[in-house]
Design a protein around this ligand. Structure first.
Ligand code: HGY
Ligand code: MN
Ligand code: MN
Length: 419
């Protein structure tokens, strides 16, 4: 006997209560910092596994550190619909980025189980562990593991302390040798849906609680090393300096102006290390990161060429050495059109006459990786002023509830379309 599904208000309250529990786990008390394979990530993974089990899913922490939960459909081992997002965060991040999508999947599974609804496919919820790629120079490594695109070189990646990813994974309780086996067979995942905060201002400006993602922007990340000559800050004349810091500062401003000159492009220098880092020493070496993105692959390639040309000119004029190492080169990823329509039907059935605005994503998501395996789509949730990757990240319980109810209705729409 099918009972009614919980209201959006009930789902919103449950989501906020669950996030309270999950977000106790941090590596920096007083802030939300939960980097891949950290102690807080392990605690959060255990909490997530337990919450999945309460929701009626069979759950485990996989070899790469993600948490996978599954409820079988009529044919054991058959294809599934997967709801996923991530539980790693940036440093001093927000409560909702990634975490909300995982909690939403768990609450949807629980609501379907409680309502006695039997789906014509298996239902899976996955909490990926390396979406932010803040600790190691990787790119969506844990969702790439499921999509069959894991790069073994990532196991040799080192964090700021010099720890190898493979060693951190073993210490976490993962298994580097078991990652290849995580790859899902084509057809085993019918659809991947990710509910995620928008991390931008569009839905708030247009007064819509939810939106449907059309595509995820192309993105490149690089590490830049600039080498000049250290010297005495008091004695080296300005015209004889090979100052790595001022050269790097000019390059950072060049990135900013190149990004500003290209349609819907962005460019960011987020990490900037000056060596030796003493007041009275002309900096001999600087290492900084670049993150640049835009909707078009061609425009991103043109930006890359312009950056290399401008940086080369600056280095030559200032007499410093330059090394640019690209470590992320992700093409723009369109979201599946049919799955977008199923999400649109879900939003319509969730009530409230919402327009289900279609919009691109400037932020990367695990859906980028999963789209290589199966049809993937995303449901965005309005968040206050679009602020994200910040402790000021916020949203209303009501919007969270509307989004989770729409997710539930979209899953039922997929079941209906299964016939
Ligand atoms: O950087 C990003 O776009 C994502 O939040 N990891
Ligand atoms: Mn995210
Ligand atoms: Mn993020």
């Amino acid at each position: 006997m099918i009972q009614s599904l919980p209201s959006a208000a009930v789902l919103g309250a449950r989501a906020f209560a669950a996030l309270q529990g999950l977000n106790r786990f941090t590596d920096e008390p007083g802030k939300l910092t939960r980097l891949y394979l950290s102690p807080a990530h392990r605690q959060a993974a255990e909490w997530t596994k337990g919450a999945m089990e309460v929701a009626g899913l069979t759950a485990f922490v996989d070899a790469a550190g993600s948490v996978q939960g599954r409820r079988e459909g009529p044919a054991p081992g058959g294809p599934c619909v997967m709801i996923g997002s991530h539980i790693d965060t940036v440093k001093d991040g927000g409560r909702f980025d990634g975490n909300l999508g995982v909690v939403a999947g768990i609450l949807a599974a629980q609501a379907l189980r409680d309502a006695g609804i039997v789906l014509p496919f298996a239902l899976e919820v996955v909490a990926f562990g390396d979406e932010e790629n803040v600790r190691f120079p990787t790119h969506l490594s844990t969702s790439c593991a499921l999509a069959g695109d894991y790069d073994p070189a990532w196991l040799e990646a080192r964090d700021a302390e010099g720890t190898r990813l493979a060693d951190a994974l073993v210490a976490f309780g993962g298994d580097p040798t078991g990652i290849a086996a995580l790859a899902r067979k084509p057809g085993s995942v019918k659809a991947y849906i990710e509910l995620h905060i928008e991390q931008g201002p569009v839905l708030e400006v247009e007064n819509e609680p939810v939106g449907i993602v059309t595509a995820i922007n192309a993105q490149r990340r690089a590490r830049v090393r600039v080498t000049g000559e250290a010297g005495h800050a008091g004695t080296v004349p300005m015209n004889l300096r090979r100052d790595a810091m001022t050269a790097s500062a000019e390059m950072a401003l060049a990135l900013e102006s190149i990004a500003a000159a290209h349609e819907q492009a962005v460019g960011t220098v987020g990490v900037f290390q000056v060596n030796p880092g003493a007041t009275n020493v002309v900096p001999g070496a600087v290492e900084f990161t670049m993150d640049f993105r835009c909707p078009s692959n061609e425009t991103l390639a043109a930006m890359d060429a312009a950056i290399r040309s401008r940086f080369g000119e600056i280095a030559a004029r200032r007499g410093v050495a330059l090394d640019i190492t690209l470590y992320t080169n992700a093409r723009a990823v369109p979201m599946d059109a049919d799955l977008q329509d199923s999400l649109g039907a879900g939003v319509a059935r969730a009530g409230g006459n919402h327009a289900a605005r279609r919009l691109p994503s400037g932020a990367a998501h695990d859906a980028m990786a999963m789209a290589a395996l199966c049809p993937a789509a995303m449901l965005f949730v309005r968040n206050e002023k679009g602020i994200s990757h910040s402790p000021l990240e916020n949203m209303t319980e009501a919007d969270a509830g509307i989004a989770i109810r729409a997710l539930l209705e979209a899953i039922l729409e997929l079941a209906r379309r299964e016939g």
